[in-house]
Design a protein around this ligand. Sequence first.
Ligand SMILES: Cc1cc2nc3c(=O)[nH]c(=O)nc-3n(C[C@H](O)[C@H](O)[C@H](O)COP(=O)(O)O)c2cc1C
Length: 234
Amino acid sequence: MSIILHIDSSVRAAKNPNPDHDSISKNIARRFIDSWKRNRPEDEYIYRDVGVNPPDFITQDWIGAVFTPEEKRTPAQRERLALSDKLIAEVAKADVILISSPMYNYGMPAQLKAWFDQIVRIDKTFDFDLSRGDYPLQPLLSGKTLIVVTSSGEFGFEKGGIREQSGHLAPHLRTLSKYLGADTMYEIAAEYQEFGDERHHASVTNAKKQAESIALELSDSKPAPSFNREIGHV
Ligand SMILES: Cc1cc2nc3c(=O)[nH]c(=O)nc-3n(C[C@H](O)[C@H](O)[C@H](O)COP(=O)(O)O)c2cc1C
């Protein structure tokens, strides 16, 4: 059995009374999950919609609690870190992580950033050692597959594209992927939403096809038991 963690982050619902308002990224991610579940209904599935239920922003107290040795934390500090502990445990146990994200102001939504801020945490998802020289941070998790689904109103954010310099969403997710323990990353992008033309329809259709084929490929090839899960640090 594998464990899939699915994080959606658009503030829009997947289904609305007016379908023009449906979240594109959520519906592409849903296509991935539906295909996966058809192939492997026995797998554990964990779902969070951080767009609709955003995690708390971190605070100075939160940082204080993180840097207090575990055995010295007060009950209030433990409580302060409870959500972070829970979110990290979900990441740590997952074999496959699916993140869907709209592009807001050329990057990820604040809600998804809030989720990452709760997860990327010292001695949980990375450790820090100055003896490593210029690269003191080292991720602690590994062996996971990450699938990222993005949707944008404009287009051309890819390498060589007309808006490459403004595309901060996928590059940011690539940078953060190692703190989730992702060794392999797939990217699916739907574009042109603001144009609403044939290019948009083709882009969404293609993204859904990609989601389906990646789900089928991965769900066929995943070994039954979870592999290489480093839960010792959580
Ligand atoms: C607050 C906000 C900011 C946005 N900023 C951008 C942007 O910087 N670049 C872009 O290409 N599209 C932008 N868009 C368009 C969205 O990326 C597009 O509508 C996308 O489909 C939203 O994802 P969703 O359909 O899953 O909700 C923005 C939309 C909103 C609501």
